[in-house]
Design a protein around this ligand. Structure first.
Ligand code: G3H
Length: 530
């Protein structure tokens, strides 16, 4: 595959590497003197292809990991810390300060999103803006949650003041494909609810966090947010083994989540908030609007080169239309534009993982050996940092590309005669996040919707799968998720219902009245937060 080097716009050039020397522990930006790991982009800055050195980050180990954990444990201080007992209003003020500083870092974060993970300029901007919006929406939702709790209930002669309280210390690990958005969709609700956190950015998409570290330091009390760099195995494992983590918040692969949760010695203490892998199918019925289905399946399978947990990873097409569908689909795939993230109109961009093209090639080889064909002319062509999406058909269940979550540019197509075939496959699958259903006959759609809603957690009608809008519940069945995330649900996932109960006696009622009058307790409060 031929690639020509596009001119890199002045504002996006890497003039100086970012050598991240500090990390945040216990409110202090500590200097790192130890080993560092270079961060490269698979995007070339020169006409002769060579990866671009973007900078370096500390390669930390167990000692620093445990120091950071201690800081988070101390800041929580068995629930007595300043942060978990703080007035809601004051915690919100800290968060507002943080998001205001964050907004000033848009340009640099967007630039590094493009270089580090190859996300297009519009999508990188969207990731930043969507994250900022998520923080503001979280603040608003938290205010509403607080307003709803600013009252007493009385049942069976017992007054109750019920709120949601924090859980403790959160270990927060994000993915490389949404290194800002998905990580912050865990971290922000976790801390606003009064928990304290140790946070390690993903291996790729790490330098873009650097400009925000000072903002964490300046906005939150010491020890509330601790930021570490290094490999998950070296850092997260030792932290889990201590048994001091109350919540494992992770977006990534179920194998990493399983390995980490198994190291925790007290499994009932550990709450899990996990967004894991998926193999979302598209089901195209014979009466589907062909053009609409093709466009949505292209976007669903290939936005960010298919490196999304919500990507369409297998397409089922009814046998009566599979020929027409796959021909038109393949033609459209080859019309897509490949280029660097800042190039106008690009859809396909360099893959950040150097070993991904070889992995995708392996899936293609396996499928071909078992009887599939590549339908598109460019399918499987290699360049320095890419492999062109191959449309594979007919795919069968013994192929790796059917079984594994490809998380990259390759599209398996299967045909079906009876709708029960894809339904049985979905029921058998280890995953259960979302489905895209294309069709128009309500008599066919109705029973399908009723069944699909019990197999996955979002049925997308005539549209590709996606997480957003972020106010909607994002979750999955089986190996696809534990707990539900959305602006609202995340606040629930990172907290627990806890309340003060008092029998309706003269003594207790007098105490309650005094508590409200003096405003001495931050928990017992009926103040209305504006
Ligand atoms: O990687 C999984 C993301 O949550 C997908 O989010 O559907 O907005 O791309 P998205």
């Amino acid at each position: 595959m031929e690639t020509t080097l596009s001119i890199i716009p002045e504002t996006f050039r890497i003039n100086e590497p970012i050598n991240q020397k500090t990390y945040l522990v216990n409110g202090e930006l500590k200097e790192w003197e130890g080993a560092t790991a270079d961060v490269y982009s698979t995007i070339s800055s020169t006409s002769e292809y060579s990866p671009t050195l973007l900078g370096s980050v500390p390669d930390m180990g167990e000692k620093e990991a445990l120091d950071a954990l201690d800081a988070a444990v101390k800041a929580y201080d068995q629930g007595q810390g300043a942060w978990p007992t703080m007035k809601v209003r004051d915690r919100i003020e800290c968060m507002e300060k943080f998001v205001r500083i964050m907004e000033t870092k848009r340009d640099i974060v967007v630039k590094y999103l493009m270089w580090e993970i190859g996300k297009t300029l519009p999508d990188s901007e969207k990731e930043f803006d969507r994250t900022v919006e998520y923080i503001y929406d979280t603040i608003e939702d938290y205010k509403q949650l607080d307003r709803n709790s600013a009252k007493f209930a009385k049942n069976g002669g017992v007054h109750a003041h019920i709120r949601r309280g924090p859980l403790g210390v959160v270990l927060c690990l994000g993915p490389y494909n949404y290194p800002l958005n998905e990580t912050f969709c865990l971290l922000i609700p976790a801390i606003i609810m009064g928990n304290t956190a140790v946070f390690k950015p993903a291996k790729q998409g790490v330098l873009l966090i650097a400009p925000l570290i000072k903002a964490f330091k300046e906005s939150f009390p010491k020890g509330v947010v601790n930021v570490l760099f290094g490999r998950g195995r070296a850092i997260a494992g030792p932290i889990m083994k201590t048994g001091k983590v109350d919540v494992l918040a992770l977006i990534g692969h179920s194998s990493s989540a399983n390995a980490l949760q198994n190291q925790h010695p007290k499994s009932n203490r550990l709450r899990l908030v996990l967004g894991l892998e998926a193999k979302n199918p598209a089901i195209v019925l014979p009466d589907a609007n062909m053009e609409l289905a093709i466009n949505e399946c292209i976007a669903g399978a290939l936005s960010f080169n298919g490196q999304r947990c919500t990507a369409l990873k297998v397409i089922y097409v009814h046998k009566d239309i599979v020929k027409e569908f796959s021909e038109k689909f393949s033609k459209k795939v080859d019309e897509l534009k490949f280029g660097n993230p800042w190039d106008k109109g690009v859809t396909l961009t360099p893959l950040p993982e150097t070993d991904k093209p070889a992995y995708i090639q392996d899936l293609i080889d396996d499928a071909i050996a078992k009887g599939a064909e590549i339908l598109n002319g460019k399918g499987g062509e290699h360049s320095d940092n890419y492999i062109w999406p191959a449309v594979l058909y007919p795919v069968s269940k013994d192929m790796k590309v059917y079984e594994e979550e490809q998380f990259g540019p390759v599209i398996p197509i299967l045909s079906f005669k009876d709708i029960q075939e894809p339904l049985d496959d979905m029921a058998e699958s280890n995953y259960g996040q979302q489905v895209s259903l294309f069709g128009s006959d309500v008599y066919a759609l109705a029973p399908l919707i009723d069944n699909l809603a019990n197999l996955v957690c979002r049925v997308n009608l005539n549209s590709s799968c996606q997480r957003g809008p972020d106010v909607y519940p994002f979750t999955g069945r089986k190996d696809s998720a534990v707990a539900t995330l959305s602006v609202h649900d995340a606040l629930r996932s990172f907290s627990i219902r806890t309340f003060v109960a008092s029998k309706d006696t003269e003594l207790n009622n007098e105490i309650l009245e005094k508590l409200l009058e003096t405003k001495l307790s931050n928990f017992i409060s009926t103040d209305y937060l504006l």
